[in-house]
Design a binder for this molecule. Sequence first.
Ligand code: NAP
Ligand code: MG
Length: 521
Amino acid sequence: MTSTIERIAPFKNEIVKNFQDPADAAAMKAALDEVRAAFGKHYPLVIDGRKIETEKKIRSLNPADPEQVVGLTSSASKAQANEAVEAAARAFESWKRLTLPERAEYLLRAAALLKQRRFAYDALLVYEVGKSWPEADGDIAEAIDFLEFYAREALRYAEPHPVVPIDGERNEMIYIPLGVGAVIPPWNFAGAIMMGMTAAAIVTGNTVVLKPSSDSAIIAAWFVDLLTEAGVPRGVVNFVPGSGSEIGDLIVSHPQIRFISFTGSKEVGLHINELAAKPQPGQKWIKRVVAEMGGKDSIVVAADADVDAAVEGVAVSAFGFQGQKCSACSRAIVDEKIYDEFVDKLKTRVAKITVGDPSDPKNYMGPVVNEAALKSISAYIDKGLKEGRLISGGKRAGEKGYFLEPTVIADVAPNATIAQEEIFGPVLAIIKAKDFDDAMHIANNTEFGLTGSLYSKDEKKIERARDDFFVGNLYFNRKSTGAMVGAHPFGGFNMSGTDSKAGGRDYLLLFMQAKTISRKV
Ligand code: NAP
Ligand code: MG
């Protein structure tokens, strides 16, 4: 019999759908209708395979039209969150005994199911978080990639790990799971990050309590059902939506939680890290925290850059998905020699950006995710108007949904608030640099270190940025968003997080511990 590892094809990234193709566009339209017809559906908690309806619900709204309730999930009480941890601890006892290849099969089955339902998941993201068709499909393509990639990584870790031979002993080192994990994803890659973190945790033999973001709990409910369909045994993934402050703290500090896999804001990540550090009565381990957090990402445009290419790269990095990506460009640092040309051309390019309901494919930008985001981003715009010169946008677009114009503010000082704090919306600050040296200095002047990009044709500048641009994901002459699983292992430095490099060869190690076994022979 050939083992899985021998018959599996090498990993390849999913091709994103081309919605210019009439067949794909028709399939997407049909999926949007189908998902819309199910608006208002209730999704229960899932604890130990049992579906539990609660009185209290979390409403997932369509940010393009918040009167539309995409769906409702039950909201777990503290007692139910405790039950979920206990259920995961029971399931761990059998799940940990499967081999890595056995568990990889479940991920491959889940990936196959997700491929079949690709357009429905795309459509759900359009409604639940306001993604455009291509952004939604990119998210689901990445989710499929994570499942396929981590399945193959699990097979790789199942292979023997070399140790130095010693006479008279037979030595080996193997990787074993950690235990029960809390998986806490954000809403912005509501498919990819939620599925990627969950898949990595379970394929390595852990069991999890999945607390989805309250803004994107429906897609997580779909995924938990999909895992059940793929045969994942009960208790391995327990689904407990609920407010971060109410049940989040309880789950993180539970003594049976062995690790926390978090992606989200700096504030919440630091809070979780602190809470997890404190041992609880009955706790036998130091909890492992993987926290991927915010960014304040820069694109540096050198004097010798192809300005048109830089304008295009900055525009899509800043305004794709309304700037709500941790990798989004929120600072363009431009050499003074080409500054005016860059600002003029960017203004013209941004004027072409269409804003409106993302279920209509003619709109490039949709709404921001919720009312709180709208308010907080608007407050940053007000601040920005005092800190620089408005070039484009600056206002709400439309009354009904949470739409904002793509906003560009030039002549911003390197230490201004809008040049330092993560805004997480469609707001770009342009900063003038005296020369390349100054530009590199400005690029590194925040507390973050996630992505960065340099537009330059000069090998010396590229070499210098390679050494000194302190970011986890550095790009040359291309946009700063759109990291591909396997090709661009992703994660940031400093306050951007623990640099876990999701979609890279080191990632699964974060969910395992090594055991060395020596036998006298
Ligand atoms: P967030 O507000 O920090 O929330 C992230 C998750 O944490 C949500 O599930 C949230 O649940 C939960 N949470 C909140 N308080 C908690 C607590 N006390 N204990 C446990 N969990 C708690 O972030 P977000 O708005 O969803 O996402 C945007 C942020 O994520 C941005 O800062 C962005 O840069 C960052 N991000 C980083 C990466 C990366 O790879 N570095 C990738 C994507 C996004 P509720 O929704 O119920 O509050
Ligand atoms: Mg929503």
